[in-house]
Design a protein around this ligand. Structure first.
Ligand code: DGL
Length: 269
């Protein structure tokens, strides 16, 4: 990179398996309103949460490699806990631009809880990661962390972006399953360890009832991106682009939802 930094119209790439990364985009817009963004969703691979580590690592590293080559972003953000907890190191090893990952917000949750019991909602793949064990050992060893895989919430969040009603039964089932774990009644803080889940936070909050606070990484990630690009110039001289690995009819349903995040150009990748 030369001392003037990248050209002002050089984009920031946000990557997720679906629409979850939009929760990061919303925060990024607040902090860096002029930053050009390309939002890339690997909807052909959705859901990542049900894939193996090897499948996720190969997919994410391969796609981000191809996207970086073609789109020349100044920075890439893996706006997905599943992909980050599995593939962040591999991606950092092969790409030369700064890579920002998304990790479960266990550290802030440990500072926030009063009861000492934290719930963590993530995908099946995320909750079994050593990465999460290490965060728990480092920041919450004196707390109880109850992890629950909530794959149905990914589908609920996708439905919300298509303008569909969120299925209350899905929300109720998830909350009841977390409460039913030993100590679950004491939960006062819930980590939304999947970028999709803040999209259904109002429904989760209603189902948990008063006295439960939620924490996720979107704001911290946006701040990290801002700090890594500090001093660089930004210019959004056209509408931001959304890329989908599976294009076609299914994307039409997302058009209005994406437009509400300022993504009005939609293309296949
Ligand atoms: N948004 C992704 C995450 O943060 C997961 C969704 C999926 O299962 O693909 O983990």
């Amino acid at each position: 990179m030369n001392t003037d930094g990248p050209d002002p119209s050089t984009p920031i790439l946000l990557f997720d398996s679906g629409v979850g990364g939009l929760t990061v985009l919303a925060e990024l817009r607040r902090i860096l309103p002029d930053a050009p963004v390309i939002y890339a969703a690997d909807n052909a691979g959705l859901p990542y949460g049900e894939k193996s580590e090897a499948q996720i690592a190969a997919r994410v590293a391969g796609l981000l490699g191809r996207m970086t080559e073609r789109l020349h972003p100044r920075l890439a953000c893996i706006a997905c806990n599943t992909a980050s907890t599995i593939a962040l190191d591999a991606v950092r090893e092969v790409l030369e631009i700064p890579i920002v990952g998304t990790v479960p917000a266990i550290k802030p949750a440990a500072a926030m809880t009063r009861s000492g019991v934290i719930g963590l909602l993530g995908t099946e793949a995320t909750i079994r990661q050593g990465y999460v064990d290490r965060l728990e050992a480092r920041f919450a060893s004196d707390k109880t962390l109850l992890r629950l895989a909530a794959p149905e919430l990914v589908a609920a969040a996708e439905a919300r972006l298509r303008g569909e009603r969120v299925d209350e039964a899905v929300i109720e089932r998830t909350v009841a399953a977390l409460r039913a774990m030993p100590g679950g009644e004491e939960i006062d803080t819930v980590v939304l360890a999947c970028t999709h889940f803040p999209l259904v936070e109002p429904e989760l909050a209603a189902a948990f009832g008063p006295g439960v606070q939620f924490v996720h990484g979107a704001e911290g990630i946006a701040r990290r991106i801002a700090s890594l690009t500090e001093g660089q110039k930004f210019r959004r001289d056209r509408e931001d682009l959304a890329l989908f690995t599976r294009d076609g009819e299914t994307i039409e349903a997302y058009r209005d939802g994406l437009a509400s995040y300022g993504l009005t150009r939609i293309e296949g990748f």
